[in-house]
Design a protein around this ligand. Structure first.
Ligand code: AMP
Length: 216
């Protein structure tokens, strides 16, 4: 009997860089050569293959079942409005914060600022909860450029060290959400491939528990 085929999606960038070592510690290695430009990576576990997708496409792949599960930043989940996903566990990697930031040089905030962001839902919620009115400027990337070019007054973006904000003359003024990577599972895959998904989750859970013990 062959193993249940399982497709695990990883996002390019920070999440990929930090997921591969985590997977390796959980005994999951890619056997496709690392220098290959392939976006499908076969793993050493029978049936399990990895795919590499862009951040913005991640939730689409998993919610449509093209990938059974994936590793995604909580920022993406906060923007998702559907009902096709579970996010059963945090993975303790790619931690950062979603922050509201304004120009360092700003003397007085506009009455109704234009806020550039990749996260319109989280941003709108943040301002609505405070009874503040803003105009959202939705962008797919490089939001810190928007105030420099007059496209927006303020931004909401992910911040790790704060270097990117500072380099663009911005300073954080409000914490919107704590963010880190989570395991995301398609609900149908959880049902139809339950044993395989549980086995993978168990491997990750054990690895994270071991890491936490070692760090103590
Ligand atoms: P930093 O300059 O270290 O504050 O990093 C900020 C830049 O890295 C911004 O462009 C963020 O969108 C991106 N970034 C920071 N942390 C993460 C993360 N955990 N996941 C994805 N992107 C991140």
């Amino acid at each position: 009997m062959s193993a249940t085929p399982l497709t695990l999606a990883l996002c390019k960038g920070r999440i990929l860089e930090q997921s591969l070592p985590l997977l390796e510690q959980a005994g999951i290695q890619t056997i496709t050569p690392k220098d290959s430009r392939q976006l499908f990576l076969e793993s050493n576990l029978p049936g399990l293959r990895l795919i590499i997708v862009r951040n913005v496409d991640m939730i689409t792949y998993i919610s449509h079942g093209a990938a059974d599960l994936g590793i995604a930043g909580r920022d993406l989940l906060l923007e998702y409005e559907g009902d096709e996903l579970y996010d059963p566990m945090g993975l303790g990697i790619a931690a950062c914060r979603m922050m509201y930031a304004v120009p360092i040089s700003e003397r007085e905030a506009p009455r109704r600022p234009r806020v550039a962001t990749k996260y319109p839902r989280s941003t709108q919620r943040y301002f609505s909860m405070r009874g503040l009115q803003v105009d959202l400027v939705p962008l797919y990337g490089s939001v810190e450029l928007a105030p420099l070019l007059g496209l927006a007054d303020h931004v909401v973006d992910l911040v790790d060290t704060g270097t990117t904000l500072r380099a663009h003359g911005l300073r954080p003024v409000g914490l919107i959400e704590e963010i880190s990577a989570r395991l995301v599972v398609n609900k149908a895959a959880m049902k139809l491939k339950y044993k395989a998904v549980r086995a993978l989750m168990e491997r990750l859970r054990q690895t994270i528990a071991e890491q936490q013990t070692t760090c103590k």
